[in-house]
Design a protein around this ligand. Structure first.
Ligand SMILES: *Cc1c(COP(=O)(O)O)cnc(C)c1O
Ligand code: SF4
Length: 434
């Protein structure tokens, strides 16, 4: 019972039969905004996740379909005007590139995390925390559908050849053999699960050899369980994927699927249930994470349901992220205080089994910073923060304080509390002062 994926983007989304029932203005908005933001959806999301009785307020519709409010008014007007005037492709592309560049396509200084091997810059990797290497296989730089809030959007591109992948793999193995401090490799993207089983094997199987015994965890960051669970069930190489997962577990290593689930509806279908069971039967663990987003999941009730449902299915709640300052951020962003309230209210209502989740967390230049809460200390209202991950591991787990700011939505808007000039990790070249 192979189920074929059918993807939709700008050139064919009008053929989705549910679309024809939408008001013409909404359809036009998809066409306009989809020129700037990533736009791709598929038959599973359309047929099984979106509730078409009220698409305008449907969270999965909002996650996949561009909307007018996701662009600033002036950008929307510019693109719409060009479209109406039938502007040439050249002019269109130039304008769109300019708009995209103004939307902070590379947030939080990720450039700084790219490592070197001698003189060679390893563009497909990020090495920020000593124990974990992020690897972006070039064939994994797309997804089964695109999230309108995505911060990885500039890297979505065409596929590269297998030959190129082999070159990449050689560099990866060389880097790993020199860096014995690395215990975890995290395959990420895009979505590595868009790759065929054979490409995935070409990256992973060599890591199971004794020379890479320092690699203890193989992690795969993926949204495929939410957007295309058939990847693990009925795609033509699904069985090979499952066998590869078994091989990893049998090698004595940990295989962790870092699954992105942003809304309980993504956990509601029989297909996702079966896919989770099948992955877990290989010995793999599934850890879950998502950003907290206005217009998608900014209610504690939804997070409570997410975490509970995940635990029902044997997944481990892992991170709640604050969305990065990029793309359609103004449409999705929430004040940090609100993020914390949503987290806290949901956390109250679940048992310790669900409380493996940590957040809300901001992946800033310095590290992953968790908002522990708002508190008043000797008459001054402050945010209490800590690093979950730090560029310098010695920073981790030390509480620190920022001035309360009800509007702040990212760390760079916060100032140290109590009249201090700098945060502790900014003092003395960032060397830990404790
Ligand atoms: C989140 C992240 C990791 C993994 O961190 P864990 O807390 O171990 O899951 C690694 N590298 C970067 C750049 C990250 O943002
Ligand atoms: S699945 Fe992940 S990488 Fe792909 S569009 Fe969504 S958030 Fe971005």
């Amino acid at each position: 019972m192979e189920k074929a994926i059918k993807t939709y983007s700008l050139h064919n989304f009008r053929s989705i039969h549910q679309i024809s029932a939408l008001p013409e203005e909404l359809i036009k908005d998809i066409d306009v905004v989809g020129r700037v933001l990533p736009f791709k959806t598929n038959n599973y999301v359309v047929d099984e996740l979106i509730d078409w009785r009220h698409p305008e307020s449907d969270p999965l519709f909002t996650m996949n379909f561009p909307k007018r409010e996701m662009l600033f008014k002036k950008h929307y007007a510019t693109v719409r005007k060009l479209l109406n005037a039938n502007a040439s492709q050249e002019i269109m592309e130039k304008k769109i590139r300019k708009i995209r560049l103004s939307l902070n396509p590379n947030p939080a200084g990720q450039e700084h995390n790219i490592p070197y091997l001698d003189e060679i810059k390893l563009n497909g990797m990020q090495h920020k925390y000593p124990e974990t290497l992020l690897f972006f296989p070039s064939q994994g730089q797309t997804c089964h559908a695109y999230c309108t809030f995505c911060f990885r959007w500039p890297q979505f591109s065409g596929m590269s050849s297998l030959k190129f992948a082999m070159k990449e793999a050689v560099l990866l193995f060389k880097y790993l053999s020199i860096h014995k401090e690395i215990t975890d490799i995290l395959f990420t993207g895009g979505d590595p699960m868009v790759m065929s089983a054979s490409v995935l094997e070409s990256y992973i199987l060599p890591l199971l050899k004794p020379e890479f015994n320092h690699i203890r965890s193989i992690r795969i960051g993926t949204k495929s369980l939410a957007y295309w669970p058939y990847r693990f069930l009925t795609d033509k190489d699904s069985d090979d994927i499952i066998r590869l997962f078994e091989q990893i577990s049998n090698s004595g290593r940990n295989l962790s699927i870092q699954a992105h689930f942003s809304h309980p509806v993504e956990l509601s279908t029989e297909a996702v249930r079966q896919a989770i069971l099948r992955i877990r039967s290989t010995g793999a663990q599934i850890r879950t994470q998502s950003p907290i987003l206005r217009n998608i999941n900014d209610k504690s009730e939804l997070w409570k349901q997410l975490w509970r449902k995940q635990v029902d299915l044997g997944c481990i709640p892992y991170y709640m992220f604050v969305p990065r300052d990029t793309g359609a951020k103004h449409f999705f962003e929430l004040p940090l205080e609100k993020c914390w309230h949503v987290f806290r209210k949901a956390y109250h209502q679940v048992s310790g089994i669900c409380r493996t989740v940590r957040g809300p967390s901001m992946s800033d230049h310095a590290g992953k910073i968790q908002i522990l809460g708002v508190q008043e200390i000797k008459g001054e209202k402050v945010f209490v923060l800590r690093f979950l991950q730090g560029r310098n591991p010695l920073w981790v787990d030390i509480p620190f304080f920022a001035e309360y700011d009800p509007k702040a939505s990212w760390f760079n808007q916060l100032k140290p509390a109590f009249g201090e000039e700098k945060f502790f990790f900014e003092v003395g070249n960032g060397v830990c002062v404790f």
